[in-house]
Design a protein around this ligand. Sequence first.
Ligand SMILES: [Zn+2]
Length: 420
Amino acid sequence: MKSPLMSRRRFLQGLGATGLAAVAGWSLAKPALINPCRAATPLELQDSPWLARVWQGLDPAQVWDCHVHLAGVGDAHSGIDIGPQLSSPLRPLQYAQRLAYMNGGCANHRGSVDLAYIDRLRNLVEAMPAGFKVMLFAFDRFHDDAGRPSPERSAFYIPDAWAIRQAQAFPAGFEWVASIHPYRADAIDALQAAAAQGARAVKWLPAAQGMDPASARCEAFFNELARLDLPLIVHCGEEKAVKGADTQRLGNPLGLRRALDAGVRVVVAHCATMGDDADLDAGPQVWRPSFELFARLMNEPRAQGRLFGDISAVVLRNRRVRVIQTLLDRTDWHRRLLHGSDYPLPGILPLISPATLARAGLLPRDAVTDLETLREHNPLYFDLALKRLLASNGQGFPASVFETRRFFARPSNKENTSTI
Ligand SMILES: [Zn+2]
């Protein structure tokens, strides 16, 4: 009988892992390319001093991973839809990315991808100390200026209803985050419905979904978000994971001023740590790193108590070491940073290199082996452990960065009070 690992490898090789390796410049001979998807925390790590440090001074019941993607192909009546850009072999990069996502989530079993992805995620959360939760992202379609959905321009679609179902099926480990395009005719109704059904935030990816946060068209949506006290998680900076349109400019951190002025609590995904954007204060021709623009916005009075950043994906290989150092060094920002993993990305083995971070002086060298072993078993735990151990000149992230529940489960949201 074939082992699951063997059939997984065959599946990947048959459907394009070679293309994936070629695109990314990796060799299939490297054993770390494919995530072996092992279960639970292994015995060999039970006495790891590094893992013991992860939970020191941390209350697991307060630790919510605020950036976790749902994924699938729509094979379980989930309503999930994959756009042509992600499903066609004629677009090798996006196609390979989809396979990599599926491998990262260990869901590449033909015929039941949607459920396998959820089962794997639940398995990972159950292996964590009781109380730990993940926040699952829905993902709305691209909409045009008239507010019409455009499936052909959408990278993928994860309905709110699918995220709600998962959160209701496993309330001990799953929370959910709505995704609602503000140009939809029913946007306010959908937002109120999401709040009533316990959504902890709303997620936008403007470059892929086509909304412009700087536009006056978002004003009513922002006002309602502020009234409901629901945070808006927005991806800013360059977007590589999904390509929805030629709309990278919509992810400019400076475009968030309107939301802040409306009183919305805004979380910038990845702290805008990748790409460049137009410095709108200097003129459209001046470009600066998106992270620099995020830093500028953080300093503005309108952002105090309203602008936050999640630290998901900031440790990926495509981020500069200097950016990670800045996030660690800026202790004045720490109360405004929130832990997120960007799962399944931490499960895609070549994307994060603990050894490189150790060489840069940001991780203890002796912790690298244990972290790499942990990643094979539990990417969520791996991402948390790695960030708990990160330090620059002895300065790490405080516990408050990881204890995000207080931010997303505020008493002012009456739907949330019963579970606090
Ligand atoms: Zn993400």
